[in-house]
Write a protein that binds this ligand. Structure first.
Ligand code: HEC
Length: 209
């Protein structure tokens, strides 16, 4: 009987201790973080992403981009994130507070994407890269996402405004009279990538000197 009581209180203490450490402490530290207005008249940071960017996030989750990409810039001295040009400052908890689902990621087969919208702000680049990563990044091992694009007959003499422009020596370019255009999923996915920016300073994290 005495042993049973010891086991009961031991188990209770273990649960209470871990609940306090994991749930309560993190809530006390991060639970009350709010967006912050850095300059009067400016919007608060972090910014609310556009509706298209939020839809694009679903596509990102759906296609498993998280298996190869993280979204967290580590602080100086913890790895080579700054040297690789993945951000001018580390990411901090406040950067994520508007996200219902935080895609920190655990694998870095590809570069960190926390600041990719700032690093590569060109829509066309992202479309070509998703269609066939080897076009923009020779030797890339990233999987192509060409199924997010559709080939169609060119209407009239002009290409559609959103048609992909392939380099002249690209061997898999569509044949004469055809063009490749992004589907809605590719469009919103690229809007999401462009929205990933760490271009504002927070009081708790300043840009690196
Ligand atoms: C099998 C692993 C893998 C998967 C899955 C993957 N990527 Fe990549 N990604 C890479 C690698 C490796 C690179 C670096 C070479 C390159 O630029 O293609 C990269 C590069 C990138 C870059 C350029 C980043 C930079 O700073 O140059 C973007 C943007 C990107 N990936 C987006 C995505 C998106 C969006 C998805 C999901 C639709 C995705 N990736 C899925 C491996 C992957």
């Amino acid at each position: 009987m005495k042993d049973l009581l010891t086991i009961f209180f031991g188990a209770l203490a273990t649960i209470l201790f871990s609940f306090t450490g994991i749930v309560m402490m993190s809530n006390i530290q991060y639970g009350r973080l709010e967006p912050i207005v850095l300059e009067e008249g400016e919007p608060a940071y972090p910014r609310t992403p556009s509706g298209e960017a939020m839809q694009g996030k679903e596509v990102y989750v759906d296609l498993g981009c998280i298996y190869c990409h993280s979204q967290q810039v580590r602080r100086k001295g913890f790895g080579a994130d700054f040297e690789r040009g993945w951000g001018d400052r580390q990411s901090v908890p406040r950067d994520y507070i508007l996200q219902k689902r935080v895609l920190l990621g655990t694998m870095r087969t590809g570069p960190d994407l926390m600041n990719v919208g700032d690093r590569i702000p060109t829509r066309d680049w992202h479309h070509l890269h998703l269609y066939d990563p080897k076009i923009t990044s020779p030797g890339s091992i990233m999987s192509p996402f060409a199924f997010l694009y559709k080939k169609q007959k060119i209407q009239g003499d002009e290409l559609s405004p959103n048609a992909l422009t392939f380099p002249p020596d690209y061997e898999n370019a569509p044949e004469e009279g055809y063009e490749v255009v992004p589907t809605e999923r590719a469009h919103v996915l690229v809007e999401y990538l462009l929205s990933l920016k760490l271009d504002y300073e927070l009081p708790e994290s300043k840009f690196a000197e």
